[in-house]
Design a protein around this ligand. Structure first.
Ligand SMILES: [Zn+2]
Length: 147
């Protein structure tokens, strides 16, 4: 299958676009997809299930809760992110299964390795304007540590 035909087919299967995912984040909702075939949850959205590759997907809302898998503190930002530094990009393993990239809202002076494994919850979102490499503005989830 080639070109336009493939494109039309993909469109029919996409029940959650990346733009809709980001809009959900801006409204405080972490959206994902549940696979009718294996039951796995896919997040961020993709045209296929991230676990089994099938396309029978239904839009769902995730809890926004999870475990901090890893993070880093950015003190020397890349071009276009000067205003943001210092900030903490993080990877969260959600309660529902998939790992989501976001930012951690935490005092950068106190952020130590001991934070890894802590329970976190989505508390909002952050929209960055992007730089010449990222093709415009994007929104990511912001997580806070659950004390
Ligand atoms: Zn699946």
């Amino acid at each position: 299958m080639v070109g336009k035909e493939q494109e039309e087919m993909e469109k029919g299967y996409t029940v959650l676009t990346y733009a809709e995912y980001e809009e959900g984040l801006r409204n405080g909702r972490l959206l994902g997809l549940r696979c009718a075939s294996c039951g796995g949850i896919t997040c961020h959205p993709m045209p296929v299930c991230q676990w089994c590759g099938r396309r029978v997907l239904k839009r769902i809302e995730l809890s926004g809760e999870g475990e901090l898998t890893t993070f880093t503190v950015i003190r020397v930002p890349s071009e276009g992110f000067e205003e943001d530094a210092p900030y903490i990009p993080c990877l969260v393993k959600t309660k529902e299964g998939p790992c989501v990239v976001g930012r951690l809202d935490y005092n950068t002076e106190n952020a130590m390795q001991e934070l890894i494994g802590k329970q976190v919850k989505m508390k909002g979102s952050y929209t960055y304007e992007g730089d010449k490499y990222s093709g415009g503005a994007h929104t990511c989830p912001v997580f806070g540590v659950v004390e």
